[in-house]
Design a protein around this ligand. Sequence first.
Ligand SMILES: [Fe+2]
Ligand SMILES: [Fe+2]
Length: 185
Amino acid sequence: MTATEDLRAEHEGILRMLAILEAVAVRLGDGKDVPAEHLAGMLDFLKTFADKCHHGKEEDILFPALEAAGLARDSGPIGVMLREHTIGRGHIRAMALALELMEPGGARAPVESFRAEALAYVELLAQHIAKENNVLFVMAERLLGEDALTRMHGAFERLERERIGPGRHEAFHAMLDDYSAQYLA
Ligand SMILES: [Fe+2]
Ligand SMILES: [Fe+2]
C-alpha cells in the first residue's frame, strides 16, 4: 500500500462519519434527542481518527515531503490544506463546548450551536477531501512516485501506533458501522 492509498481509504471513513454527523444535525434541528454519549463518540472520532491520526500523517509526513520536492508551503495547495485543518479544529472545539453545555430538557442554544458547527464542519471537510483526492494527492503521486509513497506508508503506520495506539483504528471502524446502522438506516 502507498501513503496516498492509505489517506484515500481514511477519507472514505471520514466521509462516512460526515454523513452520520449530517443526519444527526438534521435530527437535532427537528427537535429530536441524540444521546450525548453518541455525540461524544462522534467528536472522539473527529479529534482522534480524523485530526490526530489522518491530519497528523498529512501535516507531519506528506506535506514536508512535498515541500522537499519543491511545493511551496504557504502559498498553493499545502497552505490551503493547512488553513482548512485549522478551521476544522475550531469547529470541533465549538462542538465540544456546545456538548458540555447540553443538558436533558435544558436550553436550546447549545443544541443549535452544535447543529450549526456540525454542518459547517461537514461542508468544510467534504470539499477539503475532494481537493486532496483530486488535486494534492495526484500531485504527490506524480512528484514523489510509487516507491517513496510505499516507504512513506511505513512511516504512517509508526505514527498511527505512536499517536493513537494499536487497535484504535479498528474500534473506530466498528463505531462507524454501529452509528451508520442507527443514523443512516
Ligand atoms: Fe487534509
Ligand atoms: Fe485528508
